[in-house]
Every structure is written in structure tokens, then in C-alpha cells.
Design a protein around this ligand. Sequence first.
Ligand SMILES: *Cc1c(COP(=O)(O)O)cnc(C)c1O
Length: 228
Amino acid sequence: MSYENVTANLESIQRQLPDGVTLVAVSKTHPPEAIKKAHETGHRIFGENKVQELVDKFEALPKDIEWHLIGHLQTNKVKYIAPFVTLIHAVDSVKLLKEINKRAKNEGRIIDVLLQVHIADESSKFGFDADELSNLVSGTVFESFENICIRGLMGMATFTDNQEQIRAEFKLLKSLFDTFSNGKLGANGKFDILSMGMSSDYEIALEERSNMIRVGSSIFGARSYDVD
Ligand SMILES: *Cc1c(COP(=O)(O)O)cnc(C)c1O
């Protein structure tokens, strides 16, 4: 695949971003050369969804890159990314939080995470639902995680052409974000990141006041194989 459009694609999306919105360039499945192209424009924030691929790219590429893990994370793989990951987007269990806390402590780090919320009308998507989240927040479990900073929420809308459905799901996530940012989670640290929107729906997400979008194919082109 040729990556000659990466620079133009990236710049065109950056021009659409309101102040205070962060673009995560999702480079999964694309080779280091593609990331280098984007890096040459000054872009530094990249997202991957597989641990092994993330570690390989971290090792191969400039060390000023901020790496985000955006995909589902298995507990037994936390140790591989704990030394360097900047933000883990898809935390969906207390068990995973415990493991991240333990590995962060070993590294002498505080790792930033987002809690993934299940907003889609699909059973296959991971994440807490709104009730689980409320229960967690009203309990004390987060207080024990001294090496984690819960920075906010992440969600994925249903894979559909129905724009109004996508908008409604983003609205729900935004309202949960507002609710929890006034609660205990906010008190525990910063609660300032709302990660929602990808290539097909980031314009809606921005209208619904996302402040972090994760965009892959609109920057790097279609993926020749897809990973989940
Ligand atoms: C792949 C992926 C994206 C980016 O998808 P595009 O449609 O290529 O923009 C965003 N978020 C997550 C969690 C992903 O796995």
C-alpha cells in the first residue's frame, strides 16, 4: 500500500478539530513507514489495538511517540505495555484495573486509563454498562488504585448507517461523562478525557463534544485485514 496521502489526510482532519480535542492516529495493521510519515508532520499520538503490535512498533519507532492502547486488553498482557504506554482506552473490569495498578507500581509509574462504556446496541462490544459504572463509583474500589489515574470514558457507537442512533449513543456517553466527572472518579484525579468517534462517526462525536477521537482509515487508508 502507498502512504502518500497520509500527510494530507492528517492535516485535513486536524483542521477540523475544535480547540482542546486530541486526535489519536490509529495505525493498527499499518507498517512503521506509515507511522513515520505521520510523525514527520509533527503528529505524536498513535493508537494500536494489539499488545504485540504495539510493543513491536514502540521498539521500532521514535521514543517521543505517545502510544495509546485502544483495543481490548487481556490481564496477562498488561506487563508488556506497562513500562511505556501513555493511555489505556478500553478498561472494562476491576480485575484489569487491579493488574494495571500492580504493574504500574512495579514500574514506578501512574498509568492513565479510560473506562470503556458499552453504549452500542451490539452484544459483541466490551465495556461497563451505565449501572455497573454507577455501582463502581458509589463504592470504594477506585480508592485502592494508587498507581492508576482514571482520566475519563471511552465508547464505541453501533456500527450502523443510522446517524441518529449514533448520535443518541454519543449523547448518552457524554452525559455519563458529565455525571462522573462531578463524582468520586473526578475526585480521585483528573477526569477530563472523553474518547469517542472514529473515521465513520467522528464528525457526530465532535458535535456531541468528544474531546478525543480515534481515527484510522481516514488517515492511513483501508486496512487490508482487520483486527479486533
Ligand atoms: C480500529 C479502531 C478505531 C479506528 O477505526 P477507523 O474506522 O479505521 O477510524 C477506533 N477505535 C478502536 C477501538 C478501534 O479498534
